[in-house]
Design a protein around this ligand. Structure first.
Ligand code: IPM
Ligand code: MG
Length: 379
């Protein structure tokens, strides 16, 4: 008998709750077809929590996270809500960045894949897509300009205001994220492209030096260095050259959205943020779709739940080491796409084999496939 995995379920704002419902449906389908058991406990975060409890990350929610084996997160942040609430109390900083720091989630993994069935939604011409896109952005998540001090806005004697953000990295911070990138490459196509701005930034010089040094521990992995501006261009011109992209926090934020666009829809992209939480060493994780709250389509049964469902798969893989169940979810998603199920963001009206469905139908279709995949694997 397997143990029961305790999961803090934080759906958040916008489309968060409805896509989370489908991820839960899929996890329940995994339970029904396996011996795995999940204790899923929901708690408010983001604007939902500000409305209910007066703060974006209430103490009860944070405690639940501390007592859990992993956090399955939806999305937070509604830019148009209440401008009178200060930036410090808004969900992006008070919930998302706070959780990243609180749990030391320094490694953010964003796998970008373009399934063959979705080649039509890739903005690149077919000849640039090669045999399909498959890359992994490894983004450092707790350092750099996001957290470096000083970070402030001040008024100068002449009345001008001045804003300061500080980019800071220590060798230890670079070493540990570099190791994650090299380890990831070992089980992929064995290539790491390390992104920096070593022609301008002190941080870039140190980054390059330390990554090269760690690279010597991985002689079977090819290491290449690339300036961030060139990488932004290469992603558009020849994305198939990339396997693992290793980035500091800010560069990873920008390049991962760019890479995501190649897979056609942010609604397809899961992410895992890994760190340390006492007894969990490196496997404590936070799993969220990359796409955000999409307030314009929230509550309309239009959102694509696949990123949230695939985030649950990453949780099974990285936090619970249940590779078979993680693969089953990924195979179920591929099967459903091959059957032609499409939410609006990935729909191709001119393809007669496609069927436009809502959030719920997509979740139900994946759940049905889970049972088939898992039961087939057992016999
Ligand atoms: C992301 C997001 C966040 C970030 C925002 C919402 C703070 O863009 O996870 O990529 O910049 O890290
Ligand atoms: Mg971002």
């Amino acid at each position: 008998m397997n143990s029961i995995y305790r999961v803090a379920v934080l759906a958040g704002d916008g489309i968060g709750p409805e896509v989370m419902r489908e991820a839960i449906r899929v996890l329940r389908a995994v339970e029904a077809a396996s011996t795995l058991r999940f204790q899923l406990t929901e708690a408010p975060v983001g604007w939902a929590a500000i409305d209910a409890k007066g703060e974006a990350l209430p103490a009860e929610t944070l405690n639940l996270c501390r007592q859990s084996d992993a956090i399955l997160f939806g999305s937070v942040g509604l830019p148009d809500r209440d401008p009178s609430i200060s930036k410090e109390r808004r969900p992006e900083r008070a919930a998302l960045l706070r959780i990243r720091r609180e749990f030391g989630l320094y490694a953010n993994l964003r796998p970008v894949q373009l399934p063959l069935a979705l080649a039509h939604i890739c903005p690149l011409r077919p000849e640039r897509q090669g045999a399909g896109l498959d890359l992994l952005v490894v983004r450092e998540l707790t350092g750099g300009m996001y957290f470096g001090q000083p970070k402030l806005t001040e008024t100068l004697p002449d009345g001008q205001r001045r804003a300061i953000d500080t980019m800071v990295y220590t060798t230890r911070e670079i070493e540990r994220i570099a190791r994650i990138a090299f380890e990831s490459a070992l089980v992929r196509r064995k290539k790491v492209t390390s992104i920096d701005k070593a022609n301008v930034l002190e941080n870039g010089i140190l980054w390059r030096e330390v990554v090269s040094q760690i690279g010597r521990e991985y002689p079977t992995v090819t290491l290449e260095h690339m300036f961030v501006d060139n990488a932004a261009m290469q992603l558009m011109i020849r994305p198939t050259q990339f396997d693992v992209l290793l980035c500091e926090n800010m560069f990873g934020d920008i390049l991962s959205d760019e890479a995501a666009a190649l897979a056609g829809s942010l609604g397809m992209l899961p992410s895992a943020s890994l760190g340390s939480k006492g007894d969990h060493e490196t496997t404590f994780g936070f799993y969220e779709p990359a796409g955000g709250t999409a307030p314009d389509i929230a509550g309309k049964n239009l959102a694509n739940p696949i990123a949230q469902i695939l985030s649950a798969a990453l949780m099974l893989r990285y936090s619970f080491r249940q590779e078979a169940a993680a693969l089953a979810i990924e195979q179920a998603v591929t099967a459903v796409l091959n059957q032609g199920f499409r939410t609006g963001d990935i729909h191709n009206a001119s393809d007669p084999n496609c069927r436009r469905v809502g959030t719920i139908e997509m979740g139900e279709a994946v759940s049905r496939e889970i049972a088939k995949v898992l039961l087939a694997a057992q016999t």
